[in-house]
Design a protein around this ligand. Structure first.
Ligand SMILES: [Zn+2]
Length: 272
């Protein structure tokens, strides 16, 4: 999957593939200028947006894999953010904390069940309560496994319901996390800085901030309010409110979907 970038030399568009580390070294096809695009976006956001785009384009089944991966990467993001947040409140050096975190994550990196366990504990430690939304129903586990492992062909409505559940879960936990998310973003900024320092002379550095399903929320825009039923915020388990989830997702799609569409096809509008 690729996205458009704009050459800082001649302004022409070069499409580049999303890189795993959000760092994209580009040579302009027209003028040969070299530039490096740093995408300020977390992996779970990229994956969720890819899923949304697949769904909008009618690839319902393909969308499921992206939504599922988005959820897993979100749990990793949460573990990273809360661990670094905790370290920031202690005497521990940020780099040392990051090293310890990376080392620890290697023990769980290849098994999603272990990662789920890490997330559950991280949530308990930060919020002081059980992550009651981590039920198979809340996570859409059966549906996901049917589609991904058993080749089931889901309807668009089923995929939308799954996307809505994943969206609501991430949105809720992100809201609880609040400014805590900045700690994981700082780690990304640090990785970017290391890459910038190693770039040869003559390469232009470009930082991009793409629109996405979660961005507006992260910058303090008001939450999408469903018309009905009443939002199930507070103590109610997120999986008890499918209507709320669907309304939340649809509203977000209405607000931000056109941005995704534009960013997919045409020249992108540069963020800050
Ligand atoms: Zn160029």
């Amino acid at each position: 999957m690729d996205f458009p970038t704009s050459c800082p030399g001649c302004g022409s568009e070069n499409r580049v593939e999303f890189a795993d580390n959000s760092v994209h070294d580009v040579t302009c096809a027209r003028c040969g200028a070299r530039y490096c695009v740093f995408l300020r976006k977390q992996k779970f956001e990229v994956l969720f947006d890819l899923g949304t785009r697949a769904l909008m384009d009618g690839y319902a089944r393909e969308a499921v894999a992206s939504f599922s991966a988005a959820l897993e990467r979100f749990m990793e993001f949460y573990v990273r953010a809360t661990t670094l947040e905790r370290a920031a409140g202690s005497d521990m050096d940020f780099v040392a904390a990051l090293d310890a975190l990376d080392g620890t994550w290697r023990h769980v990196a290849s098994q999603s069940e272990r990662q789920l366990g890490m997330f559950a504990l991280a949530y308990l430690l930060r919020e002081g309560r059980e992550p009651d939304f981590l039920t198979p129903r809340g996570l859409g586990t059966d549906f996901r496994n049917r589609v991904i492992h058993r080749g089931s062909l889901p309807t668009r409505a089923e995929v939308e319901a799954y996307a809505a559940a994943v969206f609501a879960l991430i949105d809720r936990v992100l809201t609880e996390l609040g400014p805590g998310a900045a700690h994981a973003e700082l780690a990304q900024e640090q990785a970017f800085a290391a890459h910038v320092a190693a770039l040869p002379d003559g390469v232009t550095v470009v930082f991009e901030e793409h629109p996405g399903m979660f961005r507006a929320r992260r910058f303090g825009a008001p939450a999408p309010q469903p018309k009905s039923p009443k939002p199930a915020t507070g103590g109610r388990p997120v999986n008890d409110a499918q209507a709320f989830q669907t309304a939340l997702f649809r509203r977000a799609l209405e607000e931000r979907g056109p941005q995704l569409e534009r960013f997919k096809g045409q020249a992108m509008r540069r963020g800050s």
